[in-house]
Ligand binder design. Structure first.
Ligand SMILES: [Zn+2]
Length: 438
């Protein structure tokens, strides 16, 4: 088979290449393992690295369909089989990578950068994967596959992304949300886009098990959009490629990312792998995953050198989007961490609150998950793993405005070091000067 991209078994039970869009597949037909997307690397390598770099650079910030997207600007490396007419894109990606100079100076890491994936259409990095998944569904429907709706279980951001992209593609979407465990902003997004929202009396892991059972029933008309679906990884991996591109094709020393279901960790690895395979990079960054202490199954596994992994029941945490006890991408993520000399850190609620607020005080506006990553950074510095001269990228996964209650609770609370409250004063200049102490 000469296809440019294909599915293959993540467990390596055979080297068979499976066609992407001939039938609905989530698992290896032999061993039921998860699937990965592979690419015909030999064919891609016939294009020299300098030509790839120039091609990708030329597409940034333009409007030619679909290359203005940070994901589809790298279409040849993502999913070349999808017809451009079947692509749904909000020109996601190309998110800003900026120098966090003040925070870096405070922490003693002068080359600290934030990759703000929350600056995207639905406010999180999930857009990168969802554009590929929904476009793939449109491709399959155009080829006659009987998919009537797309469904996902979500801690909030995935459902927002699915609902928006499915609405744009005019495909019905169904989201399974754990009742009373997501923020009002995250509940409002899928409702606004007309998704069928099922509020499940369970936690995220329960929602995930349910949506899998529904989608994997034989002949199910519902297509599964969760991150066990490897098509999403193909879009998300562009975040790694994009950050290297933004550094003029140089690789940072460290990438720190918050981890829940861990699809983003395997995606980072996949992106760096692709750059190396194409001869664009030779250096590998180290990857650190930050987990909330109350939802830390990967951290516990890391303490055993990844020899053991036990799912846990995740406890309530302000980092609600990573409140996951049984991450679906655990094995792929561990593979990436082994390859990228990975480290896992954890953050208590106090630590993530303080790290997020400290970042905000320097002009960032962090979601709680980014707070977890920033707390992990502080620990890496304290342990001497991150050094002053290192170039460090913290991947910020969602926009802070999705989590206004998190910030309101912090600033209205009684313990935070960076709390700030409005001053209520009379409408006179004297009262203003008095309030300001001037
Ligand atoms: Zn297999």
């Amino acid at each position: 088979m000469g296809d440019a991209s294909f599915f293959y078994c993540s467990q390596g039970c055979s080297s068979e290449k499976l066609e992407l869009f001939r039938e609905v597949r989530y698992r290896c037909p032999r061993c039921q393992g998860l699937l990965e997307v592979g690419h015909d690397l030999d064919a891609l390598k016939s294009t020299p690295p300098e030509v790839w770099k120039a091609t990708f650079d030329a597409r940034v910030g333009r409007t030619e369909w679909p290359f203005g997207s940070g994901v589809w600007g790298k279409k040849e490396w993502v999913c070349p089989e999808i017809d451009d007419n079947n692509i749904t894109s909000f020109f996601e990606g190309n998110s800003n990578l900026f120098w966090a100079a003040r925070l870096g100076a405070e922490l003693g890491v002068e080359d600290l950068w934030i990759k703000l994936c929350g600056n995207s259409h639905t406010g999180s990095f999930k857009d990168l994967g969802m554009t590929v998944l929904v476009s793939a569904v449109a491709e399959m429907r155009s080829r006659g596959l009987p998919i009537q709706a797309i469904a996902c279980a979500s801690t909030g951001d995935t459902s927002a992304a699915l609902a928006a992209y499915a609405a744009a593609a005019n495909i019905p979407s169904v989201v399974f949300l754990p009742e009373n465990k997501i923020t009002p902003a995250q509940l409002t997004q899928p409702l606004a886009h007309g998704a069928r929202v099922l509020s499940i009396r369970s936690d995220f892991d329960g929602c995930m098990a349910l949506v899998k059972a529904v989608a994997e029933k034989p002949e199910s008309p519902i297509y599964l959009a969760n991150s066990m679906n490897p098509l999403r990884i193909e879009g998300q991996k562009t975040v790694a490629i994009e950050m290297v591109q933004q550094f003029d094709w140089r690789v940072p020393d460290w990438v720190i990312i918050p981890g829940g279901n861990l699809g983003n960790v395997s995606a980072l690895g996949a992106g760096f792998d692709m750059l190396e395979a194409m001869g664009i990079t030779t250096k590998r960054p180290r990857i650190c995953v930050g987990q909330a202490e109350r939802a830390n199954p990967l951290y516990r596994s890391f303490l055993t050198g990844f020899a053991e992994f036990e799912p846990i029941e995740a406890q309530e945490t302000a980092a609600s989007a990573i409140r996951i006890g049984n991450p679906v991408s655990i094995h792929r993520a561990i593979k990436s961490l082994r390859r990228y000399d990975g480290v896992v850190e954890q953050a208590t609620e106090d630590e993530l609150n303080e790290a997020a607020a400290r970042g905000d005080k320097t002009g960032l506006f962090n979601c709680p998950h980014t707070g977890v990553a920033l707390a992990a950074l502080e620990k890496l510095i304290a342990r001497g793993l991150v050094e002053r001269h290192h170039r460090v990228v913290v991947v910020s996964t969602a926009h802070g405005l999705k989590f206004s209650e998190f910030k309101a609770n912090y600033h209205g609370g009684t313990v935070g070091n960076y709390r700030n409250q409005p001053l209520s004063i009379e409408a006179t200049p004297e009262a203003v000067f008095k309030a300001l102490g001037l």
